[in-house]
Design a protein around this ligand. Structure first.
Ligand code: TRP
Length: 344
């Protein structure tokens, strides 16, 4: 086997979308926002982060909530220090080339490929389990073609790396399939993307001890006012051990959350206090104070941004302008390649 010559280290493009459903919580922060913001500061990558509001529309029929969530998500990322000069931060619906590309690539995407998408299959399964005569009951075309739109998001900016959660790996693989098919038919046009799943990123435990997730209704929103934050921390489920009895930090939601925020030394000290028999009330108070101290600064910034949506909008518009320089160039190439072009 001949050894492939190593490519000169080309700049990498990293891209990820954030569906604008709901208000970001601690789990989103630890699992997605924090690593993405850290990555946006790396010097040798071009990073693209966007609000996936067309994807949010798939399951949201409430315009006020969709708007509220877009503002909340944008303000959260900005408050936490996303570097908008060093990265491109935009809203999907500000890039008309994305739905255009989505249509073009859907012309060569096998329906059978979409039939295999987990989200669609799960929806069909649910209908079958509930004894419905129609397996597609309540399933929209947008839910069905969700992976095509996501492929357009990714291929539009020639992303090499797509950081996602495990549940999204299949979608990135579909984007690869679609890109390869297009390149095969029309010539080299798209970069073949790769999913990046970081096994080290923490999956946070929620109030009830299950994974923190909006669908379990067990989340702690990132920027609740201190009083509400304290109330939620006090609600975290613990066991019935009394003060003085040793607690097992490795089976303890308080510890799990503390660890996701604190330094190694602080974490070791918290562990030691639990093992020495700290009471649950004290351990909760300590977790609350720790979180509050760390979130206070960004929370203040977040409130300022929420009160000034015009500023957030202008940041997004500036991002869209940068993004469109790329998307307009790419869509011209694609149109040309498929034969949708001016006649003279
Ligand atoms: N579907 C992704 C999610 O639910 C969000 C998303 C939309 C996305 N478009 C994307 C992620 C493109 C990565 C790349 O998490």
């Amino acid at each position: 086997m001949s050894k492939q010559p190593r490519q000169p280290s080309a700049r990498q493009t990293v891209l990820t979308g954030i569906t604008t459903t709901g208000i970001p919580h601690l789990g989103n922060y630890v699992g997605a926002i924090r690593p993405a913001i850290a990555a946006s500061r790396a010097a040798d990558v071009d990073s693209y982060y966007f609000l996936a509001d067309y994807h949010a529309l798939v399951k949201n029929r409430d315009p006020a909530r969709l708007r509220e969530s877009s503002l909340a998500v944008a303000a959260t990322w900005l408050a936490l220090g996303l570097d908008t000069d060093g990265s491109v931060f935009y809203r999907q619906s500000d890039i008309p080339e994305i739905p255009e590309l989505s249509w073009i690539i859907s012309s060569l995407t096998a329906k059978g490929l979409m039939n295999r998408a987990h989200a669609y299959k799960a929806a069909v399964q649910e209908n079958e389990d509930s004894g419905s005569k129609d397996p597609d009951k309540g399933i929209t075309m947008a839910l069905f073609s969700y992976p095509v739109l996501m492929a357009a998001d990714i291929l539009m900016f020639s992303a090499n790396k797509v950081p996602v959660g495990r549940d999204q790996i299949q979608h990135v693989e579909m984007a690869r399939d679609i890109a390869q098919r297009f390149n095969h038919i029309y010539g080299d046009t798209f970069v073949i993307p790769e999913a990046v799943v970081d096994d080290k990123t923490a999956v946070l435990t929620g109030l009830d001890g299950r994974k923190m997730s909006k669908s379990y209704d067990n989340t702690i929103p990132l920027f609740e006012p201190a009083k509400k934050l304290r109330k939620l921390v006090m609600k975290i489920k613990t066991n019935s051990l009394e003060p003085g009895e040793p607690k097992d930090p490795d089976d303890c939601t308080l510890f799990d959350i503390y660890k996701a925020f604190a330094t190694e030394d602080e974490t070791a000290a918290y562990r030691a206090r639990l093992e020495a028999g700290a009471g649950w009330g004290d351990a909760k108070q300590e977790l609350f104070e720790y979180l509050d101290a760390h979130l206070e600064g960004p929370r203040e910034e977040y409130s300022k941004l929420l009160a000034d949506p015009g500023h957030v909008e202008s940041v997004l518009q500036a991002g869209a302008e940068k993004a469109r320089a790329r998307s307009q160039a790419l869509i011209s190439k694609v149109r040309e390649a498929v034969g949708i072009a001016a006649l003279s």
